[in-house]
Ligand binder design. Sequence first.
Ligand code: ADP
Ligand code: MG
Length: 625
Amino acid sequence: MQKGNIKVQTENIFPIIKKFLYSDHEIFLRELVSNAVDATQKLKTLSSVGEYQGELGDLRIEISLDAKAKTLTISDKGLGMNSEEVEKYINQIAFSSAEEWVAKYKNQEGKGNIIGHFGLGFYSSFMVSKKVEIFTKSYRDGSEAVRWECDGTPEYIIEPHTKTQRGTDIVLHLADDSDEFLEESRILGLLKKYCKFLPVEIVFGTQKNYQKEKDEKGEEKDVTIEVPRVINNPKPAWTQKPSDLKQEDYLSFYRELYPTTFDEPLFNIHLNVDYPFNLTGILYFPKVKQNFEIQRNKIQLYCNQVFVTDSVEGIVPDFLTLLHGVLDSPDIPLNVSRSYLQSDGNVKKISSHITKKVADKLEDLFKNSREDFEAKWDDIKIFIEYGMISDEKFKERAKKFCLLKNVDNKFFTLEEYGLHIKTNQTDRNKKVVYLYASHADEQHSFIDIAKERGYDVLLLNTPIDSHFVNLLESEIPDSSFVRVDADVIDKLISKEEEMPSKLSQEEKDELTKSIESQVNGESYTIVINNMSETDPPMIITQPEFLRRMKDMSQLGGMGYMGQLPDNYMLVVNANHSLIGKISAEKDAEARNKLIRQVVDLALLSRNMLKGEKLTEFIKRSVDLI
Ligand code: ADP
Ligand code: MG
């Protein structure tokens, strides 16, 4: 037996490792299993180039728990180490890189801005162990097995051992405060989280299966057979060639990633780049729901098939976090803060590559199967609009395939729609007026009036649309967007000088007073307009600008503005015969009754007549009939 001292450069790092990143102690398992995978892959490489000529045999990595001895063991049948190699790789290289790592990050403890934590490596085992043993035997002919032991001080023991099988067993004697790692379910959970797609088969404990067998007398009985439980899929879809995969394979991989998600993805992109950076992965387009926040952050980030994180913010543009799937890249620096990530050159390149691929895919679909694209539009619309609002480059690409849908479910590109409405909906100031509705039923009466004029009405019905309308207005020269209920139609698209009025100014003033007395307490601004005889006698409108501000303040993202009030206008058509009749009515009671009835009709057409007012209206209507 030989005792030694690990050369300590700065200070004893073990106590620091131990208290490090307390909540992230679990990553020791990822580090140790990755090392076992590396050792196995290296042996395979040696074998394939003829440097190792022995049998490879069963190369599975085994994880086992011994609750009595309080140990957790990670065993591989990889290339192993001889005593010089243990000395070099464990005592010197691994130690000094752990030391370097600790020196670099110890001051960031608790700031929560380190992701990945790659780099601590083998010594992360001391986060959870009071003692660690290595039993290892090199693949080289005639090499002697070695036992190494260290109890978390710079002192270590190294001695020959009787191990006969090639490979390495790492035995962790778990510390008293790390009992949780003796629980099978905890380890299983960690293996499923970090090791689900590692490239070498990993087995953990055993699983009991039942099988019927006949005994000597020919009677059937149940026997249990213990099967090693394989944790991972060593060849996940993203590591395979796109040409080897069928649509079903992508779908079944999606289910493997999200076993609890029922919706099927709409389509997917297989990423595969090896220059100027390495990136593989599969991104899926989910059906984006109105309350999309819950769908976010489902992309899993891997580094050579080792799970790192499922929060990719900072790595891909915000709107892409709506996508699902897997990204795998060894070129994303993972042990740095997120703010650093955003400015990293590789990360920038990767993120603009992904944006480009996503735009390519959408453009492709649009060009090659527009019908299909239109059928999926409602499910991808939020994604595309969000992308256009938040990402300049994506916006430029998406302008070509972004669709507008009208209230009759017809689809147009931005360009097509511009041409469609240009002749009819250009006002006297040469602005092309885009009319839209946010709710086809609630705004039905307004849509109807617009259609009577031969105008087209778009359906923009998602919360993000109030922002999107702003974007469109600034993108399309000489355009203005107005919701159909923002004003009376001939003001929304005003074409001629104002119409003559059938009422004199005095009559109008009188009328305004009477109406005010009837809608006292309901905060409408009353306006008397000279409209067409065929337009309704009264309309409730909601001015575009104030309403848009309110919608946007509700969505957030424009600074806190508090709850903005609704602003309604009660527009009275001076030229309607009924208004003429009201104005001429001398009997005050009859006049007021008529006014109230017409106001209520206007409210009713907007679904704004509720409660007591509705009851009164019904009674009054019955009386009138
Ligand atoms: P890294 O994996 O980044 O090299 P680690 O601290 O995880 O750093 O491991 C240090 C070194 O110890 C490895 O590079 C390898 O040479 C050796 N090593 C660790 N685990 C094993 C193992 N299971 N089999 C063979 N060698 C190993
Ligand atoms: Mg390692």
